[in-house]
Write a protein that binds this ligand. Structure first.
Ligand SMILES: [Zn+2]
Length: 287
């Protein structure tokens, strides 16, 4: 679930920064202490960004990525996966690396502290970093949304293609003037236009253009009509009527050599129209 950052989250962030300013001091011990508000600020920024914009499992994230640097690398990889040439990445990478080094140092020594000007540099870039990250997060979310839509379009394009093939098979099977009732005949006669439209949909996807709602409606309508035509075809066949010319469908059986006085060595059968080439089944067998 995506949780939007609340105003409280940002109030809390600003408090961290005020703490930094309030504690800013030349004294080594103070300087070591005030690294932590900054560190927490950056941690918090990353956490909010992950919740709001990056599709990283939050539980996974909290368990596996405990420190600032690891969390940053995770987000950095996501940003680079969609915009590898983003110029600010290396800059902020430098800032966060510096913060990581300083926070690591302060844990171990009591007589050294990070230089104040470097800490100010981190401080001065905290808010720009936050803004930049939100921007990148939005770009990332947008990209993911579009690529998901693109997957759907590709699926619909493949589907249109299949529909197009099915319509072609129906046409070659049923000819120009199948004995359908008025409505189904109208659907059948519209197959040529439908094929043009389906080909256009496919072309649109190939040219990377997004499909519109009207395209999707068209595909569904086309499918429904195709099913009605098929149902009509089988309803005629069930009454032994040819769906191509309206003639009778009959089973026939004959032997070869035929005609001849010799005993037959092969049996042939055909279930189909007596008037045209429409057939349901045919074959032959040696006897
Ligand atoms: Zn026929």
């Amino acid at each position: 679930m995506i949780k939007m950052a609340s105003k409280n989250d940002y109030d809390e962030l600003n408090q961290y920064l005020k703490n930094y300013l309030g504690g800013r001091s030349e004294k080594i011990a103070d300087r070591n202490t005030i690294i932590w508000p900054l560190y927490k600020y950056f941690m918090k920024i990353l956490q909010i960004a992950i919740l709001d914009y990056f599709d990283i499992e939050i539980e996974d994230f909290i368990k596996k990525y405990k420190n600032l640097f690891d969390r940053w690398i995770l987000i950095k990889n996501s940003i680079e996966s969609i915009s590898p040439k983003e110029e600010q990445i290396e800059f902020f990478h430098g800032i966060i690396s510096m913060l990581r080094d300083f926070s690591g140092d302060s844990r171990h020594t009591s007589n050294t502290a990070p230089p104040l000007n470097r800490m100010d540099e981190i401080y001065n870039n905290a808010i720009p970093f936050n803004k930049w990250l939100i921007e990148q997060g939005k770009i990332y979310t947008d990209f993911k949304k579009k690529s998901k839509l693109r997957d759907i379009d590709l699926y619909l394009s493949r589907y249109s293609n299949r529909l197009l093939n099915d319509l072609e098979i129906l046409q070659s099977e049923l000819g120009d003037d199948p004995p359908f009732n008025f409505l189904i005949k109208e659907y059948y006669d519209q197959i040529p236009q439908a094929k043009v439209q389906l080909a256009k949909i496919r072309e649109k996807v190939m040219k990377m253009n997004p499909l519109e709602e009207s395209d999707v409606i068209f595909i569904i309508e086309c499918l429904e009509r195709k099913e009605k035509i098929e149902a009509e075809k089988w309803a005629l066949v069930a009454r032994n009527r040819c769906p191509k010319c309206g003639g009778r469908i009959e089973p026939r059986k004959w032997y070869s050599p035929h005609p001849s006085d010799e005993p037959p060595d092969e049996v042939h059968w055909r279930i189909g129209c007596v008037k045209c080439d429409f057939e349901l089944d045919s074959g032959s067998e040696n006897i």
